[in-house]
Ligand binder design. Structure first.
Ligand code: C2E
Ligand code: CA
Ligand code: CA
Length: 412
């Protein structure tokens, strides 16, 4: 396991020196070293000589635009974690976020100006936790050693050696504040590279034909954990299903067999799949999803609002839950656009009899909004980050914690 614990360093590029100053103070308050630059030239010089672990980048500057900076950072294989900032609306921020991802950059979040100090503070604290845990949170395709690490042979070995762990993130009932379930999320604890996040090995597993093997491993591990700790409770377990598995007619039988092995009733399992994957091949998908439903499994449409949408399919396919993409939820308190989107999704979902979960709840304001709008379940860093099995079991014993006063949960 790589135990390189780096001193967290935030390099800021914002043409407004006051904003830079403000961010330096926040970062230093959470034990980051921080440096503010106002010019692209100084920024790139500091990038080379000072080697920041984090970058905060304003999109709109007079001498160079932020998108060009992102392109140059991508070209230089920058490994710092990036926070994109701008005062020009969440749509532009979201587009920049996607563009940065295409350049292979690690973008932790976007911030709309003006942002609350608390928002930046919690962002920095969260990513410092990853550094301090001794794991270099790695974008596999950007770091040569990690890139070499993700191969067919190493992935198969990792599955066999149980280096691919399942972590769990709670889902909270918006009305009562009680624990409603957990989402299982894959983590590769690579002995040399450190923690590799699923976005960097799940697509590889899909392309290389290893996804079924990986899914079976994840389901088996997650259901074992679930039956160990929650056989006496009525919470549910959500698991992600890859797009590539949706044409595999054996999937339903394999999932049934894993449920039986661990004596978990199928109606306590929710399978999450993305809108796009759930809807590309309508006939096979409908057959497969119907088989899964008949066997008692619940189906959830993930990342709703970002993929390929078809109202007809949404009505036709046997979903029981709709998950609002975190892109809309993260900045909901600051963005009227996001508020409108979420309101519309809740209305649409409820009119179709679906339960609505919002993911990406990072602050109390977002949770309050979801409660007020009648959202059913909420998930996000404000409640808890994904945790390993032992930590998640421990966490639920203490829930609800001081973070969430019970008074906040009472609906008027
Ligand atoms: P997803 O299914 O949309 O999962 C939610 C992602 O949002 C997780 O990222 C989670 O850690 C992150 N998240 C949760 N709360 C917050 C929050 O408040 N703020 C922010 N910024 N992020 C939050 P993660 O674990 O990196 O997973 C990424 C994606 O990888 C998942 O997105 C899912 O599509 C895929 N994935 C994860 N595990 C599996 C798996 O076992 N099988 C398959 N097929 N895909 C998986
Ligand atoms: Ca999911
Ligand atoms: Ca999602």
């Amino acid at each position: 396991m790589s135990q390189t614990i780096k001193q967290p360093r935030l390099l800021i590029l914002d043409d407004d020196p006051e904003v830079g100053h403000f961010m330096v103070a926040i970062a230093q308050g959470v034990n980051f070293e921080a440096l503010a630059t106002t010019q692209a030239e100084d920024f790139f010089q500091a990038l080379e000589t000072w080697q920041p672990t984090h970058i905060a980048l304003d999109l709109v500057m007079p001498d160079i635009d932020g998108i060009e900076i992102l392109r140059q950072l991508g070209e230089s294989a920058c490994s710092a974690t990036i926070i994109i900032i701008s005062g020009i609306g969440s749509r532009v921020l979201e587009a920049a976020y996607r563009s940065a991802a295409k350049h292979g950059l690690t973008v932790t979040d976007t911030l709309s100006k003006p942002f609350l100090p608390e928002k930046l503070r919690s962002l920095l604290i969260n990513s410092r936790v990853a550094l301090a845990s001794g794991f270099s949170v790695t974008k596999a395709h950007r770091v040569p050693s990690a890139q070499q690490a993700v191969t067919v042979v190493t992935l198969i070995t990792a599955i066999k050696k149980k280096e691919i762990e399942v972590w769990y993130q709670p889902k909270i009932n918006c009305k009562t504040g009680t624990l409603a379930g957990f989402e299982a999320l894959a983590r590769w604890l690579h002995p040399e590279v450190g923690l590799i996040l699923p976005d960097h090995f799940i697509p590889f597993a899909e392309q290389s034909g290893l996804i079924d093997m990986l899914t079976d491993h994840i389901f088996d591990q997650a259901l074992e954990w679930f039956s160990t700790y929650f056989s006496q409770s009525d919470i549910f377990l959500s698991l992600n299903i890859s797009a590539h598995s949706l044409s595999d007619m054996q999937l339903a039988d394999r999932i049934m067999a894993i449920c039986q092995t661990h004596a978990v009733a199928t109606d306590r399992i929710i399978l999450e799949m993305t809108e796009t994957s759930a809807m590309t091949d309508p006939t096979t998908t409908l057959d497969l999803l119907t088989r899964l439903r008949i066997k008692g499994l619940n189906l959830s449409i993930d990342d709703f609002g970002t993929g390929y949408s078809s109202m007809i399919r949404l009505v036709q396919l046997p979903f029981s839950e709709l998950k609002v993409d975190k892109m809309f939820v993260i900045n909901v308190a600051q963005s009227t656009e996001s508020q409108n989107v979420i309101r519309a999704i809740i209305g649409l979902g409820h009119s179709l009899g679906l339960r609505i979960t919002a993911e990406g709840v990072e602050d109390q304001a977002a949770f309050q909004f979801l409660q007020d709008e009648g959202c059913d379940l909420a998930q996000g860093y404000w409640f808890a980050q994904p945790m390993n099995g032992a930590q998640a079991a421990q966490w639920q014993l203490a829930w609800p914690t001081a973070t969430l006063e019970s008074s906040q949960l009472a609906k008027p």
